[in-house]
Design a protein around this ligand. Sequence first.
Ligand SMILES: O=C(O)CCC(=O)C(=O)O
Ligand SMILES: [Fe+2]
Length: 284
Amino acid sequence: MDLQPIDFRESIDRKEFQEKYYLPQKPLIFRSFAAEWPAMKNWDYPRFKELAGHEIVEVFGSWKSNSPTRLKTPPERTMSFSDFIDLIHEGPNDFRLFLFNLFKYAPELKKDFFFPDIADGWVKAIPVMFFGGEGSDVRLHYDIDLSNVFLTQFHGEKRITLFSPEMSPYLYKQPMGSHSNVDLRNPDYDEFPALKKAKGYTGIIRHGDTVFMPSAWWHYNEYLTTGYGMALRTVNSSVLKQLKGVYNVFVMKKIDDLISTYYKEQWAEWKKRMAKSIGEKVAS
Ligand SMILES: O=C(O)CCC(=O)C(=O)O
Ligand SMILES: [Fe+2]
């Protein structure tokens, strides 16, 4: 695997961002995206507990042991948001909240950030959050809605590893999905030889940093410490891709869920075989 550092900028204006990153679809870590948000100063765990601590949340655990071939993995347990916050502070563990809409329970938090004038086409209805305990990781995937993602980090550090869409065959993309089962923390080159040829980017985001992940870019995120992030997104510039995104979310995901329910083992084995046969072709 060849991993280069993701470009980093303290500050970048709209014109330069559009020319160098957004239009050519190149990733960037930058600080000016969220620098003016009140959220950077006034969001913390006690406030979240006060506003939404009693809400029941679905908690995810290690992806490797929980139906890793399924597009939508089932949650491992449910608990109050307050207990979840305590749990991820109890030391290294695998617990995470994924695509968590905290704003549904605490709409006043929406006043603490705004959509920066760095791009157009914001999907304003779904700012979503991600929480994780130190040591947890997010399976290698790209977002099936095919939008551009701006992921801002709060209170902690996360390592982000990115690959362009062209890298899919080298990453053993599974059919009927937008995810891979390769473990980038311990890459098994005997089982996944094509991975050796994958070329990507890596970087660490800390409190106040935002990583721009272009549409359909693969990401593997590791929580180096306990922390959380918020993702804002802009629609894909191609209407065809927007439609593909809608199809992925509302049709592909449902079909995968249905077949996974009725043909669990066979479906999982077929997906792994398909991903491997594509990998074999590009490995040599
Ligand atoms: O960092 C995380 O927990 C996951 C973030 C993610 O997958 C995303 O923003 O699309
Ligand atoms: Fe994602």
